[in-house]
Ligand binder design. Structure first.
Ligand SMILES: C[S@@+](CC[C@H](N)C(=O)[O-])C[C@H]1O[C@@H](n2cnc3c(N)ncnc32)[C@H](O)[C@@H]1O
Length: 257
């Protein structure tokens, strides 16, 4: 796949920025809540905080946070694909006039190209705020991912994770008619041959709360838990997009250990 999607406008080449990778703070409000407010709250008790966005795309939220909070935030992001790199984020920032050319480099986040559903090459207990919008649905091992988030959180840190555990036609908040019933849920747990309610299962953990986003699906709030383990074995996970190009996300199926 090509790195840039180019189109010609009046004979001039232009990058087409994918709307599914350029969500900012405004879009986040509908999906996971007010991230700016969360940063402000954390900064009441600490001079400087470390923030991690999982699946940051073009890094718009991170760039906006840098614009708002400057040196009081150390910003990190992850992306899975090598081509979604820092050069692209830099280009995005300049194209959208988020920073001037002379200032842009010092305002870029630290980008980690890795799979957030595996052990991440990041230090334990080092992030005060971790959030994800529109990215967990693509992660192959969602349980391992949540355990990793817990590992990375500081003692007083907070994670806000869009679960999108089921496919919803978000305008009307009903289970999507675009997906067959087998693929309407992306996070599936089974116990002794019986399907387990994912949200009820997650809510059992003291450090986890489930809220509902304006968009209709669930948002997981997590604080640091001691020896946090979901007790799940990943049986299989696959990319729905490979089955049919009109479907998105990875379906992950677990068994309670
Ligand atoms: C649909 S884009 C959303 C980007 C951005 N959060 C937004 O809302 O505009 C999904 C993002 O998740 C990232 N992603 C998908 N699977 C991932 C994984 N296993 N580990 C880390 N990032 C992943 C992709 O690299 C991409 O940036």
């Amino acid at each position: 796949m090509t790195k840039y999607n180019i189109k010609k406008v009046k004979g001039k080449k232009q990058i087409v920025w994918n709307p599914g990778r350029k969500r900012g703070l405004e879009e986040a409000k509908e999906r996971i809540g007010d991230i700016e407010r969360e940063v402000k709250l954390l900064l009441k008790n600490k001079k400087k905080i470390k923030v991690l966005e999982i699946g940051c795309g073009y890094g718009k939220v991170l760039l906006e946070l840098k614009g708002l909070f400057g040196d009081r935030v150390e910003l990190h992001g992850t992306n899975l694909e090598k081509r979604w790199d820092l050069k692209l984020i830099r280009r995005f920032a300049l194209a959208h006039k988020m920073f001037r050319k002379k200032d842009v480099n010092k305002n870029l986040p630290k980008l980690h190209i890795l799979d957030s559903g595996k052990k991440m090459r990041l230090k334990s207990s080092s992030f005060d705020l971790i959030y994800a919008q529109a990215s967990v649905q693509y992660i192959y091992d969602k349980a391992k991912f949540l355990e990793e988030i817990n590992r990375l959180l500081t003692k007083n840190g907070k994670a806000i994770i869009e679960l999108q555990e089921k496919k919803i036609d978000s305008d009307v908040n009903i289970v999507s008619t675009a997906y067959p019933v087998e693929y309407n849920t992306l996070f599936e747990i089974w116990n002794e041959g019986k399907k387990v309610d994912v949200l009820k299962y997650l809510k059992k953990f003291k450090n986890v709360r489930i809220k509902t986003a304006k968009k209709g699906w669930s948002v997981l709030h997590m604080t640091k838990g001691k020896r946090f383990s979901l007790g799940l074995e990943l049986i299989n996970s696959f990319n729905l997009n490979k089955l049919y190009k009109g479907w998105w996300g990875t379906k992950a199926v677990y068994r309670v250990k």
